[in-house]
Unconditional design. Structure first.
Length: 454
């Protein structure tokens, strides 16, 4: 009988005020029981994760939908950058959010769309403290994993989360700046600073550390790996060759993110694209780098099983961010109301194509991350899109939705799936809840699970 004692999958490398979680290693299970310690939806399988990526201001709808349906479809001009991941995703057409419509409340489609995106609820029109939307799909999932992972969920973004003020025709800024809602009246605060997110993931800094102490620690530019080097060396001696290679690759990846964060904090940053204001320390002035760092940290949190649910707002709804790296000095929201102006439409197309390029990069990262016998991407359900279809018309039918990842083998990708007009987007969410092991008969305004996903 083997006397091999597996390494606890929740083991961390510890140092002064630092706890570095470990990736999945073969030594975490006895020989012949590989993968059993990963508590997923199926015994012996990697855990299933869900990610929700929100883009603002709709898209140029005439250039969004693919040509044809099923597997023999042609990607639309705005989705061409996703061609290399065609087999890893499906474009879902025809889904809508009825509760993002006015329903007698007048203007305010931007605020309603972001508030409704993950809740399926019609928000109360107010710019006071009596905000009310609904519990979002990510938080329903998070309740399932509360106590299972270090973080029940992560809420990320690239623009500040707001909780008060009037942002859209009498709607609170809380609606425009949040997509994750813990209760109908309580949006979840999101993290937009990559440095702060990094330190949160790795529990960097001793308990009770003051702002001055933190500044002094950062000034010393010590890597978190320096603090845990003793633990790392001891663990290294217990591992086989393949696990040592995995650990070396993982630790180098962590150090690579650290170096990039240090570079962001060291260099003179360009003014942010929003209102010409310098971003806080830790936030890149280059929007592309900001997105990439947040995506890498999200993937790292999945890889380490720190969380299984994540939301990411690429920008707040109604954002007027400019895109100087695309030679677009005008604001996004302004351009979305093009009223047929050819030059403005072309710039919106370029913004939408850039968004597809960034999504493709994120899928690259998930596809390149090994997990078990496959890839991290095989065990993810990633929803990308928004609750406004055509930004010029502010409609909420036939939304721009991409579903990527294999869902632990439960999702059949590589298709353009067209559903009947008016099919609730919440039907997709109900289908995802089912796969995440959440027992729910309904979610939002769902009418049933979405057909043809498997």
């Amino acid at each position: 009988m083997s006397t091999f004692k597996p390494i606890d999958r929740r083991m961390v490398l510890r140092g002064l005020g630092t706890a570095v979680a470990l990736p999945w290693l073969e030594a975490m299970t006895p020989v012949g029981a590989m993968g059993r310690a990963l508590a997923g939806s199926t015994p012996g399988a990697p855990p299933l994760r869900s990610a929700f990526l929100f883009i603002p201001n709709g898209v140029h709808a005439p250039d969004w939908s693919p040509t044809g349906t099923g597997a023999d479809y042609e990607l639309s001009p705005l989705l061409k950058p996703l061609a290399r991941h065609r087999s890893d995703l499906s474009v879902l057409s025809g889904l809508g959010h009825h509760n993002a419509k006015a329903l007698g409340d007048g203007p305010g489609d931007h605020a309603r769309s972001s508030a409704c995106f993950l809740t399926g609820a019609h928000p109360v029109k107010t710019d006071g403290a009596d905000i009310r939307a609904g519990i979002s799909i990510d938080q329903v999932m998070a309740q399932q994993y509360d106590g299972v992972t270090r973080f029940a969920s992560l809420e990320l973004g690239c623009e500040p989360g707001l909780q008060s003020g009037s942002c859209d025709s009498g709607y609170s800024c809380a609606y425009s700046a949040n997509i994750s809602w813990r209760t109908p009246g309580s949006p979840m605060a999101k993290e937009i600073n990559p440095r702060l997110l990094f330190e949160r993931l790795f529990q960097v800094g001793p308990a009770g550390e003051s702002a001055v102490q933190r500044a002094e620690r950062l000034a010393r530019r010590r890597s978190i790996l320096d603090y845990v080097s003793g633990d790392a060396r001891r663990l290294h001696r217990q591992l086989g060759l393949r696990d040592r290679e995995k650990m070396d690759e993982y630790l180098e990846g962590v150090r690579s993110i650290e170096r990039r964060l240090e570079q962001v904090e060291r260099v003179d940053r360009d003014p942010a694209a929003i209102a010409g204001v310098d971003p806080p320390a830790g936030i890149p002035g280059d929007y592309r780098e900001h997105l990439r760092l947040m995506h890498e940290l999200m993937v790292l949190s999945f890889r380490l099983d720190l969380t299984r649910v994540c939301t990411m707002m690429w920008a707040n709804e109604g954002t007027n961010r400019s895109f100087p790296f695309l030679e677009i000095p005008e604001g996004h929201h302004h351009l979305s109301h093009h009223k047929g102006d050819v030059a403005m439409i072309e710039k919106i197309r370029r913004i939408n194509q850039f968004q597809s390029e960034m999504l493709a990069e994120l899928l690259d990262l998930m596809a390149e991350t090994p997990e078990g016998e496959g890839r991290l991407l095989d065990n993810v359900m990633l929803v990308y899109g928004g609750a406004i279809s055509d930004g010029n018309r502010h409609d909420h039918d036939d939304l721009p939705i991409v579903l990527a990842g294999g869902g632990g083998g439960t999702i059949h990708t590589g298709h353009h799936k067209r559903y009947s007009q008016g099919t609730p987007l919440c039907n997709l969410y109900l289908s995802m809840l089912e796969r995440m092991g959440v027992d729910a008969e309904r979610f939002g305004d769902s009418t049933g699970v979405l057909s043809n996903l498997a």
